[in-house]
Design a protein around this ligand. Structure first.
Ligand code: T4K
Length: 383
């Protein structure tokens, strides 16, 4: 084990502490701690502006936002989703009594393969829940065509896709709803937090009722809502975080480029293609957020993925296997017919090969070189 300071897969971006004091003083002054207070309202407006979307409702985390998004659209029956994601994606379905139906991913983009979605539709299907995995846009046009043809709703789990744009604007404008996560490990964090992006004021109103127990006013409750509200501390922190977000994404872009350059010649290591290379729609004006840096460890590499993971760990580098195991392999899902391995070949292959390398704005240049060097060195060592 190395004596160096551990390097984790991510480290949250934090502004100087003293910059947060004035925000805290305001909260102490006005004594509004939650329930749609002034910072909550400011952050909703500021995020709409920054992201280029019209309606956004803040949440205490991304998972509650997913659960509520399904409630808002009254989704029931079966929903087609990806096994290659964080477990919260499918859990949000189970929390609503909905049956997840897993479809395979495209082996290059690692997002749901539209053809596989279409093949999984049954008379019980009511919606599709794709994930813009690692912030790389799904094939939104093909998915919308399927949704239109079969009269299905589309809720994007956009937990990784803060600030991602295609040629015509925010990726979050696609589908019926999109859900963001502002967890500590995300590109934009409010410690914990999340949001639903929706296309019209009426839907936002329903979502806002649902996240506040269903209250419309003091005496009227219109739905069995939940408590999904973001607190003023989190919202105030979000306002401060927004100031640094462009710089943070720019630094991530540099790190992404450096890793790619350093790993380019290493046989058996494939850097997951940026959406540009992966053939996403409208790639001409696509802008990424560089939220993760996944590599795929192939059979040509001298170590297995897990051996490389352990090797790096021994050197104090805590890379992560996002997303292994597949969601469909967890006990509450593995009995589903759609969870069968032969249904999910591309997802299973990616899951057995992927390793997300440390990626965060404050990752030092020397550490990037060292991590890439450790990976490249395995090729030179005698087996
Ligand atoms: N949908 C998708 C596609 C998602 O990826 C997620 C969350 C959600 C939905 C749900 O959104 P939220 O309800 O979380 O808002 C992490 C995150 O907890 C989770 O938010 C995220 N996806 C998932 C991909 O990763 P873990 O269990 O791997 O996190 P953890 O605690 O091991 O953190 C990873 C590393 O980050 C640590 O080794 C050290 C560093 N770290 C972490 C935290 C929490 C810090 O430096 N500071 C911190 O405060 O799940």
């Amino acid at each position: 084990m190395s004596n160096r300071k551990p390097i984790y897969v991510t480290q949250p971006q934090m502004p100087p502490l003293e910059d947060f004091y004035p925000y805290l003083e305001q909260i102490w002054e006005n004594r509004i701690l939650t329930n749609g207070g002034p910072f909550h309202q400011q952050l909703e407006a500021a995020l709409c502006d920054y992201l280029g979307v019209e309606y956004l409702s803040l949440f205490s985390n991304g998972t509650l936002a997913l659960v509520t998004a399904l409630q808002a659209l009254r989704v029931t029956g079966e929903v087609i989703t990806t096994p290659y994601s964080f477990v919260a994606t499918a859990h949000s379905l189970l929390w609503n009594g909905i049956k997840p139906v897993f479809a395979d991913v495209d082996p290059v983009t690692l997002n749901l393969d539209p053809q596989k979605i279409e093949a999984a539709i049954t008379p019980q299907t009511t919606a599709i829940m794709p994930v813009h995995c690692y912030g790389h846009p799904c094939d939104v046009e093909a998915i919308q065509r399927i949704a239109d043809n079969y009269n299905l709703k589309v809720i994007y789990d956009a937990a990784h896709a803060f600030g991602v744009r295609d040629a015509k604007g925010s990726i979050l404008r696609h589908g019926d709803l999109s859900v963001l996560s502002f967890h500590a490990t995300k590109v934009f964090n409010t410690f914990e937090g999340g949001a639903i992006i929706c296309p019209d004021a009426r839907t936002k109103q329903r979502i806002d009722h649902l996240k506040n127990f269903g209250f419309v006013d003091e005496l009227t409750v219109v739905a069995p809502g939940i408590n999904g509200k973001m607190s003023e501390i989190n919202a105030a922190f979000g306002m401060l975080q927004l100031k640094g977000i462009d710089g943070a994404i720019a630094r991530r872009k540099e790190i992404d480029a450096r890793y790619r350059a350093l790993l380019a010649g290493v046989d058996g290591i494939d850097c997951h293609a940026q959406a540009l290379d992966a053939g996403a729609n409208d790639s001409s004006n696509y802008s990424s957020n560089y939220s993760y840096f996944p590599i795929l460890v192939g059979p040509d590499y001298p170590l297995s993925r897990d051996a490389l993971y352990e090797k790096l760990k021994g050197e104090g580098v805590f890379a992560r296997r996002y997303f292994y195991p597949l969601i469909s392999d967890f006990p509450m899902y593995r009995g589903l017919p759609s969870a069968r391995r032969d249904n999910l070949g591309a997802a299973a292959t990616a899951s057995s090969r992927v390793l997300c390398l440390p990626m965060y704005p404050e990752l030092a240049q020397a550490d990037i070189e060292r991590i890439a060097g450790l990976i490249a060195d395995q090729r030179r060592l005698p087996a």
